[in-house]
Design a protein around this ligand. Sequence first.
Ligand code: GAL
Length: 437
Amino acid sequence: MYDMNKAMTSRASRRGVLKGGAALGIGSLGLGPIGSRLAAAQAEDALEIFSWWTSPGESKALQALFDAFTAANPGVEVVNSTVSGGAGVNAKAVLQTRLQGGQPPDSWQTHIGRELTDLYVIPGSCEPITDLYESEGWSDVMPAGLIEQASWESEQYSIPVGVHRGNGFWYNKTVMADNGIEVGDTISVDEFFAAADTLKAAGVPALAFSNNEGFQGPQTFENTLLGVAGPETYNALFLGETSWDDQGAREAAEIFARMLDYVNEDFSALAWSDAIALVIEGKAGFNSMGDWAYGEVLAKNAQENIGWVSHPGSTGSFVLVVDSFTLPVGAPHPENARNWLITLGSKEAQEAFNPLKGSIPARTDANRDLFTPYHQWSMDSFSNDALVPSAAHSQACSPAFQQAFYDATTAFVTDKDVDTYLAMLADAAAMDAEATA
Ligand code: GAL
């Protein structure tokens, strides 16, 4: 298995990173509808869980976690605090406001890696849960690489509940068949463009695209970068060890720009779930998206007609997007919060949640038979392929770099100016290096 720890260590040993909200550039945001939920969450025997899981697939999967918790802890009122917006684009800002105001929920969703450490652990918002890792035996049943990314200075700070594969490339089988396109087990960049030309001639957007949340462009670019430049260069770029004038990065940006010639025109108004819906409904050919998109396919009962491969050229690599939950400093209901984490780390909860979410369990002892053929394919990829953390989901890079990556990509998807794009990424990497020096 590819050594993802090696890729993370040089970052993980760094101190002095930009602190929480400052890194996100967040000022004062109102708490909005969260305010009313706060009242319920103050109740004596409650558990307030904060996440951005609001789409049909996401909310069904979240409910499976609540059900598992309630079965073990009857009588505790679960308060579901969600803020919609894929990749947590809105939720993370609201959470910062709450943390700064001393009003944490009982647990919140975060990616392991830099998002967990830079936004929450180093600023002092999380309690270690190392004792739970010991008492629950989690270290024996989870890959060391995942635990390492959930850790800071020898303590564990979150429990991974599922492992998403970010470089999925989903397609509508009927659309392909109607246009005489055969998709095999893999798709190369050239094969994608050949299929895209055929679809374009038939008046069908080849690539369903969305960017209203700002993470989808970065995600499609990182998948393209991985496919074009390979996992070593991908890691080196996001670790700041290779500069953005790298030939592979340039080629990836050029190919990404070409792909954008085949997308639906209204992409900047659409959410990620709208883009996968275009594929499900046969209104577009492909969609590059993490496998939470498969959660939508399942929630809409569309699995018969949806196929998958790795994003063009990225076969043999697995982009890690690992969801986990924390124990806050000052949790209103610390006992319930700890019991929530115990539920999340259990085999039963991971076997109930992941089949609905599209991700695979973080535990390696889950029963494969409970999972769809897609999940089993992803499990095999996880065991055999190069594992690289996602930058679009801030697992690989600082929150400050992530924000700059979003801004640069939002400009790029309209102007397609490769030189400016690479220069903006190079500037962000330089600023990051300075901030963490
Ligand atoms: C990711 C998260 C996934 C999924 C996706 C879209 O950041 O890890 O679980 O929710 O955003 O919202």
